[in-house]
Design a protein around this ligand. Structure first.
Ligand SMILES: Cc1cc2nc3c(=O)[nH]c(=O)nc-3n(C[C@H](O)[C@H](O)[C@H](O)COP(=O)(O)OP(=O)(O)OC[C@H]3O[C@@H](n4cnc5c(N)ncnc54)[C@H](O)[C@@H]3O)c2cc1C
Length: 292
């Protein structure tokens, strides 16, 4: 199934799960188990992030192929362009094609921490939109792109960021997947503004059930998502009790997803962090409620 077709039935929310490439053999075993666990929910897509360079890059591509083959679930391979030349992207795309991958999440990526990114004017791809354009020329891929309900950290303004998102859609993106967020009002406002400037493709909310207080502080600092006061008040008294935080995280994510779907979101993209428990709990409950 192609991303561009997956969201056509407005009465059937689309569920998808995001994974990352594990670094250790034990992590890989856990990852495989998580893929199998979450497959039982019949998601429409699994996605695999792309962050690795060198030999891990090959492993990432190979793992996308494994996900698709072993799970039988359509797989979306993420691909970042900031540190790649056009010939490298062309080779990568050929490899993905050989694994039967037809859906690509086209991203710019973050500048490598070692400072190895070329200056903007020397890059083959300055922004994700350049990758979307190139992928469209390379074949019949269906393309997802990233959107930021709270604005991207580098953007001059939320409006400028939305214009750049619009450019990605005009270049051929079939769906927008959002950065994680905890305040649904941010998503609804973002989606409404996007529609107003002519972005008509599905805008899929990205949800990450909170697992620990420390972890959520790290993530929100990294991606700029804010924790609403209501959520902080819920977590502060239990911050040192990981199990209690995980339970509260499941409850909060479930309430968020219910409201998003009721408000017209086309589905939910779960940031699983290669763990099945919270995504299983939230997604299975949603499916149970939707089937009533
Ligand atoms: C759903 C999702 C999946 C992700 N998966 C991965 C992954 O697998 N691997 C990974 O490394 N990272 C991933 N990321 C993170 C992402 O790579 C970073 O957020 C990155 O900093 C921006 O990527 P982008 O594709 O949104 O970039 P872009 O769309 O290129 O935007 C980057 C910044 O440039 C600005 N911009 C865009 N066009 C222009 C222009 N013409 N002129 C001036 N400014 C412009 C935008 O407003 C924004 O501030 C993901 C993020 C999301 C939301």
């Amino acid at each position: 199934m192609l991303l561009k077709d997956a969201y056509k039935d407005a009465n059937r929310p689309v569920f998808s799960f995001e994974f990352f490439l594990p670094k250790t053999p034990e992590g890989f075993e856990k990852f495989k188990q998580t893929v199998h666990d979450l497959k039982t929910l019949h998601p429409s897509f699994l996605t695999l992030t792309y962050g690795a360079m060198g030999t891990a890059r090959e492993k990432t591509l190979e793992t996308s192929g494994w996900m698709k083959k072993a799970s039988g679930v359509e797989t979306v391979a993420h691909l970042t362009c900031i540190a790649h030349s056009r010939p490298e992207i062309e080779r990568t795309v050929e490899t993905l094609r050989s694994y039967g991958i037809e859906n690509i999440m086209a991203l710019r990526g973050d500048p490598p921490l070692d400072g190895s990114a070329l200056p903007l004017e020397k890059r083959d791809y300055k922004y994700a939109v350049d990758l979307v354009r190139h992928l469209k020329r390379l074949g019949n891929f269906s393309i997802g792109v990233a959107g930021y309900p709270e604005g991207h950290l580098e953007a001059a303004s939320k409006e400028a960021d939305l214009r750049h998102l619009h450019a990605k859609v005009q270049a051929g993106a079939d769906a927008v997947f959002t950065q994680l967020f905890f305040n649904n009002a941010d998503y609804f406002l973002f989606a409404a503004k996007a529609r107003k400037i002519g972005i008509e493709v599905p805008i899929v909310p990205g949800i990450m059930p909170i697992r620990s207080f420390k972890q959520i502080q790290k993530f929100t600092t990294m991606c700029g998502a804010k924790l609403p006061r209501e959520l902080t008040a819920l977590l502060e008294p239990i911050r040192d009790d990981d199990e209690a935080v995980a339970q509260a995280g499941i409850g909060y994510a479930l309430r968020q997803c219910r409201e998003l779907l009721a408000g017209g979101a086309p589905g939910i993209h779960f940031y699983t962090l290669n763990q099945s428990r919270a995504s299983l709990a939230v997604c299975s409950e949603l499916q149970r409620e939707l089937s009533r």
